[in-house]
Design a protein around this ligand. Structure first.
Ligand code: FAD
Length: 423
């Protein structure tokens, strides 16, 4: 057995737990869960808050079987509850399959990403929980429970923050493998962005606007990373060519990004390559991002994107001492009860902060005040202030009912879920 993890990936949170377990089989996991009063699961530890904490047993599934089982007839793959995307995407590509989208890094576990509503970019894409068609959990008494898409309440099981049980198996819808080319454009001005943020974010299959939230109206926002499937038909996006010219020529592939730097952890630009080597920002075989950092993210309706961006821009001076980088992305609406994009195409405003609680606290309060008028939903896995779940999530009460029916003894509850109002 390896040592219990002490801190999360970023180092800004020390895990609290009574005992640590690393079962190597489903039977062993069921035994651990049925014997414990309280249980939480730790994925790959890339969240930035106390979601995995427990007064009971913290369970890691990293020693459980990690096979990726592909069913080509049904175009689905089944993966275990501890398997990271890095393993899944390589295996899928090898077998001629793909996922429609990815998050910015493949290092995270599929179950952890699904549990927190993790997402990539593109209004034509859903969050990573979107392609989940079946999910199997170990309940508090050690029994197995499977929920399938189409069954009542399925939408409550996917983004569930670990509150409905230990996820041991996920079935994911697949698409045929595809190639992607990504280009980094330096020239988008704030004026052009604010004129139509949704159009900018529709310039490719997946688009990220990176910004330091500085500069005047006619100065560049930062950089726009456009990832385009090589089989996409650009003609279907009206005005794309005209807007692309306003973004300026792409930076040469070897030139550093003014926001992301010149780290060798970034995926290649300027050449076409398989989806799993271009859709994430970060290479699977390097440490992602900056490391000594914290992150926050809020989701607002895409139709109010320009107002929300302007509101955050108005507090840029307050954010500056904490800010390492900002990123804007779009995501398509879904009907997943606790998805941050439930019921609305959304703009995601992401912030990478210095790892300083005081600076981050001040910056988070400033963004939340600026976005108060836009029903901003914070990312479940990142740093945020208090969340009014009943105001922001129309099906919060349905989620609580589902959670109580699956876990009447509250085995999978912790203080963080109580504070969120999801107990
Ligand atoms: C560098 C970096 C880049 C990131 N980029 C993005 C991004 O592009 N988009 C985005 O949306 N987010 C992003 N995130 C956030 C990240 O995707 C989420 O925090 C995600 O939850 C991390 O997965 P994990 O396996 O590390 O989860 P953990 O932090 O280990 O756990 C998160 C939650 O999932 C639960 N959980 C994990 N596994 C299971 C299981 N098997 N059964 C039940 N519950 C489980 C845990 O109990 C906990 O509540 C990023 C984070 C980092 C550090």
């Amino acid at each position: 057995m390896s040592a219990a993890p002490v801190r999360n990936w970023a180092g800004n949170h020390g895990y609290r737990f009574g005992a640590f377990a690393e079962p190597t089989s489903l039977a062993e996991l069921q035994e651990v869960v049925s014997q414990a009063e309280r249980v939480r699961v730790l994925g790959t530890g890339h969240s930035f808050n106390a979601l995995p904490d427990t007064t009971g047993t913290l369970v890691s599934l990293r020693r459980m079987p990690d096979a990726v089982r592909v069913d080509p007839q049904r175009a689905v793959a089944a993966v275990g509850g501890g398997v990271p995307y890095a393993r899944v995407v390589t295996e899928l590509h090898r077998r001629g399959w793909a996922l429609p989208t990815t998050g910015s890094l493949p290092h995270i576990s599929v179950a952890g990403a699904v549990a927190t509503g993790t997402h990539g970019s593109g209004v034509g894409h859903q969050v990573l929980a979107g392609p989940v068609s079946a999910i199997t959990t170990v309940l508090g008494d050690g029994s197995l429970h499977t929920a399938r898409r189409g069954e009542p309440g399925f939408e409550g099981h996917v983004v569930a923050l670990g509150a409905t049980g230990v996820v041991v198996d996920l079935e994911l819808d697949l698409v045929p493998t595809y190639d992607v080319v990504q280009q980094l454009h330096p020239g988008l001005t704030w004026r052009d962005l604010l004129a139509d943020p949704a159009a900018v974010l529709a310039l490719g299959s997946s688009v990220s606007v990176f910004t330091l939230w500085s500069g005047a109206d006619d100065e560049p926002v930062g950089e726009v990373l456009v990832k385009q499937r090589t089989d996409a038909d650009p003609a279907t996006t009206p005005g794309r060519e005209r807007l692309l010219t306003r973004l300026g020529d792409p930076r040469p592939p070897e030139a550093p990004s003014s926001v992301l730097g010149d780290g060798d952890n970034l995926t290649p630009r300027g050449s076409a390559g398989p989806w799993h080597t271009r859709m994430p920002h970060f290479r699977h075989d390097r440490e992602p991002s900056w490391g000594d950092e914290q992150q926050s993210e809020w989701f607002v309706p895409l139709e109010r994107a320009a107002e929300a961006v302007a509101a955050v821009r108005s507090v840029a001076d307050v954010l500056a001492p904490a800010l390492i980088a900002g990123e804007l992305r779009s995501i398509g609406a879904d009907d997943i009860w606790l998805s941050m994009v439930h019921g609305r195409d959304s703009l995601a405003l992401h912030f990478t902060w210095r790892n300083d609680d005081a600076l981050v606290g001040e910056a988070v309060r400033a963004v939340e005040a600026a976005l108060a008028a836009y029903d901003a939903r914070p990312h479940w896995g990142k740093v945020a202030g208090p969340v009014d779940v009943d105001r922001l999530y129309p099906q919060a009460a349905d989620f609580r009912r589902l959670r109580r029916s699956l876990d009447p003894a509250g085995v999978f509850l912790n203080d963080h879920l109580e504070r969120l109002g999801l107990a």
